[in-house]
Design a protein around this ligand. Structure first.
Ligand code: SF4
Length: 379
């Protein structure tokens, strides 16, 4: 061996340097001049050749699918909001409908239970008034607790389990916070509609809301009206902490309040003087958020954030903007224009659909190859 090494270089170190070839993990093919076989040469040349454009997900093109989407009518405000959140995310969630392996998260179950309890409670109030008053607040609380226990049992939550107890305590706190706030309120507004539905269903209170190009269906959690039933405020309960200020509705792609307010006017003949999210899950600042018309006696006494009080024309503008955005997005949805287009240009942190939409977060949509402009573009 020494004699052979001496032929290569004067010392062992130099000979080793000449003999050893090291390549990083980035070198997946040989240089063409070093290719040890015809196959490796082919691979080497292919790696240097022109790239095939990646066939990224893009607008839907299949006629049958487009025809099916075109028939989507009426559409719910929540569906359009999901589309605005990100059309591709909507496509995965709403159309591909991946099934959960784990049970439904508890917060979803809790949300349904709280909605049901509040509906039953206000439909058959335990006091003389339609909302709790300081003198009968305890009766309201007791009735709410009884309804909550019954609803938990009906939903199969096992009593006594630690998780059930925690969940029930959380729901109870949410409901009690709402009752406490309402007992202190001096408003003349009273609940008149609960879970007010407008859809094609036989038992729906009203037909869908007709916006011309598209119809909207939905169910309004609650509508409080003035004693003469001329004016009303739409409420949407949020059992999480999410509730959006008037100024944020557009940026956040929220349409529910605006469309419900429009439905109140067009379908029930009640003039909307507000639309509010009730953030039942918030302890720090449980004030409802959204918009109300300023200068109206019925809303002046409501405990709200000042910036959510809008001039009459701004209320009108908010409603109109919501309606035209709903029309525009519903049309895009029915035309199958799915795209990786998160609202505001930023994917929500919690979205985990990158393996499906193939968006590399660190690169982003704009720098990646054009969406759907490669291959046949069919999604
Ligand atoms: S990662 Fe971004 S682009 Fe992909 S589905 Fe989610 S929100 Fe949309």
């Amino acid at each position: 061996m020494d004699d052979v090494i001496d032929l290569l270089a004067p010392g062992h170190g130099e000979a080793e340097e000449k003999l050893v070839r090291s390549r990083g993990l980035d070198r997946v093919v040989f240089e063409p001049s070093e290719a040890p076989s015809a196959r490796e040469l082919q691979r080497s040349l292919a790696a240097r050749g022109p790239r095939l454009a990646e066939d990224l997900p893009g607008p839907l093109a299949d006629r049958a699918v487009l025809a099916e989407l075109g028939r989507r009518d009426p559409i719910g405000p929540g569906t359009i909001e999901k589309w605005i959140e990100c059309p591709y995310r909507w496509f995965v969630d709403h159309e591909l409908s991946p099934q959960r392996l784990e049970p439904e998260p508890e917060y979803l179950t809790a949300g349904s239970i709280v909605h049901d309890v509040l509906e039953h409670l206000y439909r058959d109030p335990p006091g003389d008034d339609g909302i709790p008053r300081p003198g009968d607040l305890d009766r309201w609380r007791e009735r709410a607790a009884a309804l909550l226990a019954a609803e938990c049992e009906r939903r199969g939550l096992v009593p006594g389990r630690p998780q059930t107890r925690i969940l029930a305590a959380r729901m109870r706190a949410q409901i009690d916070r709402l009752l406490d706030r309402e007992a202190r309120s001096e408003t003349e507004l009273r609940p008149a509609l609960l879970e007010a539905s407008f859809s094609e269903a036989e038992d729906s209170l009203q037909p869908p809301l007709d916006l011309g190009e598209v119809r909207i269906h939905g169910q309004i959690d609650r509508v409080d009206v003035t004693p003469d039933w001329r004016f009303g405020v739409v409420y949407d309960y949020k059992t999480g902490s999410g509730a959006w200020a008037a100024a944020k509705l557009g940026d956040e792609g929220k349409l529910q309040l605006q469309l419900y307010a429009r439905a109140l006017r067009d379908l029930w003949g009640i003039e909307p003087i507000g639309g509010l999210y009730y953030p039942l899950g918030r302890r720090d600042d449980p004030r409802p958020r959204g918009f109300v018309a300023s200068g109206v006696e019925a809303t002046e006494v409501l405990d709200l954030v000042r910036s959510d009080r809008l001039e009459h024309e701004n209320v009108q503008y908010t409603l109109d903007a919501g309606v035209s955005r709903a029309r525009e997005k519903a049309a895009a949805m029915r035309a199958g224009e799915i795209d990786r287009d998160p609202n505001g240009g930023r994917c929500p942190r919690w979205c985990r659909y990158q393996p499906i939409c193939r968006l590399e977060r660190s690169i982003g949509v704009e720098e990646a190859a054009g969406n759907g402009d490669a291959g046949n573009g069919e999604g």
